[in-house]
Design a protein around this ligand. Sequence first.
Ligand code: MN
Length: 305
Amino acid sequence: MSNLELDPREIRGGAGEVAGREVLEGREVPLGGPRAMTVSRTLPGVHRRMIGAWCFVDAYGPEQATMRVPPHPHTGLQTVSWLVAGEVLHRDSLGTLQEIRPGRLNLMTAGRGISHSEESPAGSVLHGVQLWVALPDASRHVEPGFEHHPTLPVLSGPGFAATVVMGTLGGVTSPATAYSPLAGAEIAVDGDCEVPVDPAFEHGLLLLDGEVAEVGRGPLVYLPPGRSGVRLSGRGRVLLIGGEPFGEEIVMWWNFVGRSHDEIAAYRKEWMEGEGFGTVEGFDGAPLPAPVLPGTRLKPRGRVR
Ligand code: MN
């Protein structure tokens, strides 16, 4: 088990399963103001904080909701926006105005700093995930960028079709820019299947819709490295995220990923002073103020705690 701590929530897989499978329960987090929508946040968890470079997983819907996230900053990460239903309009400080719809990828690379807003038509059905990928130290100060990918490659096999959103799955690579070895895919399952995966990667599985036996509704199922395939059975859609275990310790606070308390404090100060993150044009409302920093110093943390 190398450096993995055992956790009370860990459950052992059945025959043929690699030991170390864990069920990461989400917690309900309200997003946005008075008409808040609720998201289920499964990463970071108290114990497991990252899967590969994936450091944040929020799932929402399907529900009638209004997403209205005013302009806010990011550093040191990429945001991966993926919808199952509905539409979301993205604006950012590079001047981007881009709607996303199901099956299309919005990928924003914050790098050294960017700000953006997200909104959806009032009271329409929303269903999707908001994911963050931490940038490795060598890439975390890259220029900010935005990519929209209306079509993505598909890996097909008996009983499944996987849309490869980020990284590489079964030899099929997404055109989206990635900065560490990773995989991100929406897998449509129809019957029994085995999806090939990289044995060097750890993985997470989240049910998006339907019924898939190996993935309960709600939690993120964690699979440690050392398997060449993921067996799934049922009918539905599953989000798969994975990557090489992230070797660096990071500080995640509010919308920033950095490496030290002082760096995060400097990002916060810049944002509050209106510097360093550009301006989002066209959003009807004021930017989000940063919360107050905690009284204790933020500590860098590794992938598990
Ligand atoms: Mn954001």
